[in-house]
Design a protein. Sequence first.
Length: 117
Amino acid sequence: VQLQACGGGLVQAGDSLRLSCAASGRSFDNHFMGWHRQAPEKERAFVAAISWSGGSTYYADSVKGRFTISKDNAKNMVYLQMNSLKVEDTGVYYCKAYEHATMTDYWGQGTQVTVSS
């Protein structure tokens, strides 16, 4: 499994960014695809997830109403649209695939998002 994330950058508070994750290496049916982030000196934390097959979405309370996760099954892509960014959204964002049947996590490399005030 390969998960290639990109789209991070340095933005100002209130700006928007769109992260992309290219997934390859297997069929992602029965997987959840998602994003986690790790702020400096903090543990990695859940941000958003989407069911690859059904499309159900899940969000951390801190990003509800501002972030939108989506997917393109044909392209094997997962996206995270981040609007109204806040300084506290700063961190390294990781793409993740979770296989239901085996309870296995697959992680991609991170992409840095820095939000300045």
